[in-house]
Structure formats: C-alpha cells, structure tokens
Design a protein around this ligand. Sequence first.
Ligand SMILES: NC(=O)C1=CN([C@@H]2O[C@H](COP(=O)(O)OP(=O)(O)OC[C@H]3O[C@@H](n4cnc5c(N)ncnc54)[C@H](OP(=O)(O)O)[C@@H]3O)[C@@H](O)[C@H]2O)C=CC1
Ligand SMILES: CC(=O)C(=O)O
Ligand SMILES: [Mg+2]
Length: 769
Amino acid sequence: MDDARKQPGEALADTRTARITDQEALAMHAEGRPGKLEIRLTKPLTTARDLSLAYSPGVAAPCLQIHKNPALAYDYTSKGNFVAVISNGTAVLGLGNLGALASKPVMEGKAALFKRFADVDSIDLCLDTEDVDAFVNSVRYLGPSFGGINLEDIKAPECFVIEQRLRELMDIPVFHDDQHGTAIVAAAGLINACHLTGRDLKSVKLVINGAGAAAVACAELVKAMGIHPQHVILADTKGVIYRGRTEGMNQWKSAHAADTNCRTLAQAMEGADCFMGLSVKGAVTPEMVRSMAAHPIIFAMANPDPEITPDEARAVRPDCIIATGRSDYPNQVNNVLGFPFIFRGALDVRASTINDPMKVAAAHALALLAREHVPEEVAGAGAGKSLRFGPDYIIPNAFDPRLISRIPPAVAKAAMESGVARKPIMDLHRYARDLAGRLDSTAHAMEAIAERVQANPRRVVFAEGEEERVIRAAIAFRNAGYGTPILVGREDRVNAVVAGLGIAMPEGIEIHNARLSDRNTAYAEWLYAKKQREGFLQRDCQRLVNLDRNVFAACMVAAGDADAMVTGATRSYAATLEGVLTAIDPAPGTVLFGLTLMLARRSGTVLVADTAIHERPDAATLAEIATRAAAAARRLGHEPRVAFLAFSTFGDPKGSIPGNVRDAVKLLDQRQVDFEYDGEMAADVALDPGLRAALYPFCRLTGPANVLVMPGLHAAHILTKAAPRLTSAQTIGPLLMGLSAPVQIVGMEAGVNQILDIACLAAHAALPK
Ligand SMILES: NC(=O)C1=CN([C@@H]2O[C@H](COP(=O)(O)OP(=O)(O)OC[C@H]3O[C@@H](n4cnc5c(N)ncnc54)[C@H](OP(=O)(O)O)[C@@H]3O)[C@@H](O)[C@H]2O)C=CC1
Ligand SMILES: CC(=O)C(=O)O
Ligand SMILES: [Mg+2]
C-alpha cells in the first residue's frame, strides 16, 4: 500500500480521481466465490437428450467433422473466442518475480478485462517454471483449445525467446501483452502528446527507463513509426545503455545501444522531449524532470506505482503532459486499452498472427479516438473533468464504449490487408455496428454516473451509521471521491466499529448523534410544523427526531444539510420507507415506485417496475410507472421497449388483472408517448421476438422488451428475488423513484458494494439537472 493510501487525510490533496485501500481490494477478491472468474455453460444440459447432443453420442459428430476439416473447430467449439492468459510470474507488474501462483490475481484480472471490455472469453494459466524450454513446451501444444495466446508478466530477456519460439511453433496469434500491448498504447499516447506540443515525432528525443519486455518493445515500435534511432536512449539498473557497454547486456539491449556520452538516467534526461518509464516505482526524481525540454512528455508507466507521480512532476514542471499506468489519474497509458480490442479484431478474422501492421493500425485508431468529441454518456455530462482532447486527455478512457467498435475493425482491416486473416470480414461497417451491440450500455452508464459524482462530490447521509457494512460503505464512498459521508450514530459506537476493522477513522467523514446534534431542535420544530395537522404532537416529532435515525437523516436532507440519503440495511423496507416519508414527500404530479435493474448476461439490462410500492396498481399508475421507467432506461443508454406484463397475452386467457394492464396501454395510446410499448403480454412473449413474430405479428415492440412493467408487487418481487438466484442475472435496486428528494433504501441483505453503489446513485440524483 502506498503512503498516500495509508494516510487518507493527506491523500485528499493529490489529483487522483478514486482511491482504494488494500483492505478493500483483498475483501473484493475474497468475497463470495473467491477470485474473479468462473466458467459458465452456453448450452442447456438439462435433459437426457441435451446430454446426448452435447456429449456422447452426439459429440462424435463435431469431432469427426473437425477431424476432416480443422477450420470447423471455430464453428463447433469455443476456440474462436477463447484466449489463454499465460504467465510464469517472473515480472508481475512492477513488483518483480513473485512466481506463478502469486501472479494469478493479475492473470485472472487480465482474463476478466478481456471479457468486460471486448467479450473475449479467456482463462489464466500460471506455469510454475522459469525454464524457457519447459515453458515453450508447456504452451506449444495448447493451440487446439484456443484462438490466441496472451503471454503476460514474463521477464526479459526470456520473454523475447519464449514469444519468438511460440510464434514459430503455433498457428494462432501469440502476443506478449507487456511488449506489444504496452508499446501500442504508449505509441498512441505519444502521437497525441506530440500533436499537442507541436512536435514532429521524427525529431523527438526520447529516454526510456527500463530495458525489459515493455521498454524494448516500445523502443522498437516508436522507431518503426519514425523516431530517429539515434534519438532514443534506454537505461536500466546499470544506467544508460550505450554502444560498447558490456555489463548487464543482452542482444535485445545491444540492438538499442545508443551512441552517447550519457551514462546516467539523469544525464540522459537533460533536454529530453519525452520520458517513458517502464521500470519501477520512484525511479525518476523531480530534478530529472526539471531538466527536460519545454513541455516535456512524461509517461511514468510502472505499475502499480509510477516512476514519478503526476503531482510530483507537475510541482516542478507545470508545463508537462504526464500519463501513468493507473486508472485513478488522468491519462492512463496501460495495455488494457490494447489487448482486449486487438485480440477481438484478430479473433474475428481468425488471424494466424498479430503482425506489425495490425499493431500500428491499433495505435493510430486509439490516437484518433482520443481526438474525437467525447459524447456525454462517455464523459459524464457536466463532470467538469477535462474529457476533451488536451494535456489531461491524450488517450481514451478504458471505459469508453466506442473502443470496441473502433479498435477491432482497424486491427481486422490491417490483418486482411497484410494477408494474415483466414476469414475476412466483407462489411467492416456492419462489423463495427455489431461490435457496439456486444457490450451492455448499463455498465458504461454506471461508470459515467460515478465519474459525474466524483467531479461534483455530494454530502450523503448514511442513516444507519453504527452498522459495520454501512460504515465500510461510507469509507469506500469517501475513498472513491464521491463526497462526504455523514454517519448518523453515536460517536463512540461508530469509532468502536472502525477500530474493529483495524483502521483509523479516515478524515472527511462526519458523525452526527441525533439526540446531541445542534440541529436536533430545528428538525423537531420543522417536523412539527409539517405534521401537526396529521395527528403528530410536538413531543411525537421530538421523539422521532431523537430516536428514529431515518427521520433524523431525512430531516437533514429536507433541511439541505445533506444532499442525499441511504438507508435500509437494518430495518424492513416498509418500516424504513415510513420513517423517510415522515419527513420527505413524494414529488408532486408523479407516482412513487421502485425500479430494479436486472443485469442479465445474455439479454443485457432489463428494468423492472414497480418493485417496491404498489401492491395492485391501477391503470393510471401503471401508465405513469411505464413512462418514468422508460425515461430511466434512456438515461442508462437503452432505447426503451416497454412490455406491460400479465399472466395472459393479448386477451388469452381472460382474467381481472389484465383489464388494468390493457387500460394502461390505452392510456398511453391517448398520450402519444415517445417510446415503444405494448401489452398485455406474458414474460416469454415480451422477451422473445421470435415467439412474437410467430404468434402475435401485430405486436408493436421491435425487439426484446427491456422495460417490464409488472401487474403487481407479488409478481415483481418473485421475479427480482428469484432471478439472481436461479440465473446469473445481477440486480441493482429497487431504486426509489418519484420522491421529492434523493433518498434510496437498500435491502437488508445488501453488502458493502451494493450500499456504495446505491449511495453513488443517490448522490448522482442530487446533482443539478
Ligand atoms: N502501463 C502499462 O501498460 C505497462 C507497464 N509495465 C510496467 O513496466 C515495468 C517493467 O515491466 P516489464 O518490462 O514487463 O519487466 P521486465 O522485468 O521485463 O523489465 C524490467 C526492466 O526494468 C529495469 N529496472 C528495474 N529497476 C530499475 C531501476 N531502478 N532503474 C532503471 N531500470 C530499472 C530492469 O533493468 P535490468 O535489465 O538492469 O534488470 C529491466 O530492464 C513494470 O513496472 C510494469 O508494471 C509493463 C507493461 C505494461
Ligand atoms: C499493465 C501491465 O501489464 C503491467 O504492468 O505489467
Ligand atoms: Mg503485464
């Protein structure tokens, strides 16, 4: 853990956007099923027939077909979308030789990023050997299972030999990500930094610290892209790599030995235009940065901690452009921007290799994307962050959803043009469009929401401030840069829980004891004025403010002392809502309802409403819920297709509830709303356009429904509670919609991360529209 993270108070002064603690990282990895990966079936294996098809005897048919024609393996198996992430752990990030086992969290992480960003399936294979021959022999025979091999965190110079030999031995792409992924992303950043500082790439004087896997590949790629070889100086633990040096050399370093009198990194950096760090934490001093040319370009890419932090560099050179490998500073130059998308393109044309034209195409596509206007849903509208091409935005953000539709087509095109594509793509525009639909927009929308909140931090009151889960979420809220958490509780109790967590109470968290608060009397008087004609005596209001934390916290929000509120972890939904509604009214002219986001792996996000309030909504309520839920879907980046659900479909079978539902559809018909809707219909009809086309071709929905308006609370609860337990769907919510102030109620089962996510959404709802 770095010092800044150990002392959260001090960390507030730096420019990082979101901070995490080691404890949080460990808890995340240990939570639920340990690690970050699992394998799921893509075909049902329910019946004896399923088994006969998938396994013996049915499986013999694809085996025999593949035996006759090996290319069919791409049609009948997972090969074409499957990559192995392979390491021996000899250069784990910048942490050194931690061995194969300890590299596994990074390798699982790489596999997770493949899936998250480019829908590539992958698995980590950690090989317990430092012997080059043993490594090569372990990997060379794995080709049949995979469409590609991503080598990772293998130290130089062995990595060069391993990659070269495997490339010769295997007929699928073998790509050492630390070499080429890093070089591609660094080259893209360098192209843009040169553009911004008015430099011609060819005349740039570049110093690279490190002469290992990443550094050598960066030197090779930038030279191939035009930087004069004499303008590139590499340094390692022994100092500058100059022509004639003998100590600590190998053939890959010799190839880049410079004709120079410089012997130390400090000497080399004097007057340099650009520095690339691919070495270790803290290898660069402020003095070295001070001695660089005007508007120096500094890529401090060592992970997890850079050679020099942006704050240190800017302190001595405010005119610099600085990038790091981390996601919590602006300008993340990290191979995560490369490998998922490069493999996506290579796999989709069944490339036999990833060659130089494909790498250069990826670098240019990345560089160009950063220069384009950043749409609001990417930037986080009003985030106040500089997501416009400039010194703090030289490279796209890893969460930019346009990456998947820009980088793979460029890579695929280069593969086709350079003759390594075994299955060319005829229509690249269509390919780009299809790629865009491969990722669910909800994840991007949630990230954009988080960024907007980080740019406009809010004060959020956590009503159950003595509960450990809530305290941990509040600390995470503060560490994530979302704003100031306010815990309602007794200070000694809160502090005891924090001490039990083995940490000191971080600065920037407020604790308010309702009974002792200097706002106690004001809240009680305000509440009495509000409720005196609804059967509440003054003493009732005083007691509520003293004893009911939900009432006290809601008063804080009503009085403007907090921007938003989160509660619900310790009491039933109904009791919690009652406390909240004592002080905060529903917004006039709308309905109060619960909206649950179901993030399903196959069908994407489906919004379900009402999941919290109305047991048997009438037609007008259903119509209003549909309208509000459709608007919420649009805010999350989905074009709404609303299905009014019932047990019947378009009148069959008949029953009493579908009447309400049909009337709601008629109400919307009269209003001429701007979204698709239809009903009543059963859930399978709503979600399956094929079924609709066969039986109900008149249905107005143009695709699977993504907003499900439920006929009543029973059905809504059954669906949203059963689905995550029966399928892989995750749920967020119910989110309370239609209240006059941003208050969210989590379920009593909510974990720390759920409370944190809901608090972030509550803070977001408190932002000016
Ligand atoms: N941002 C990104 O996307 C990426 C960042 N990296 C980072 O780059 C670094 C190197 O990774 P990788 O190339 O895979 O590892 P390697 O083990 O292959 O290379 C490490 C290199 O760093 C040099 N080095 C170590 N300490 C110092 C020092 N104090 N001063 C100068 N040079 C030093 C070593 O010198 P010697 O040869 O003398 O031993 C060696 O040349 C890591 O921090 C890693 O996290 C790597 C890949 C991607
Ligand atoms: C990012 C990466 O691959 C590394 O630091 O090794
Ligand atoms: Mg790596």
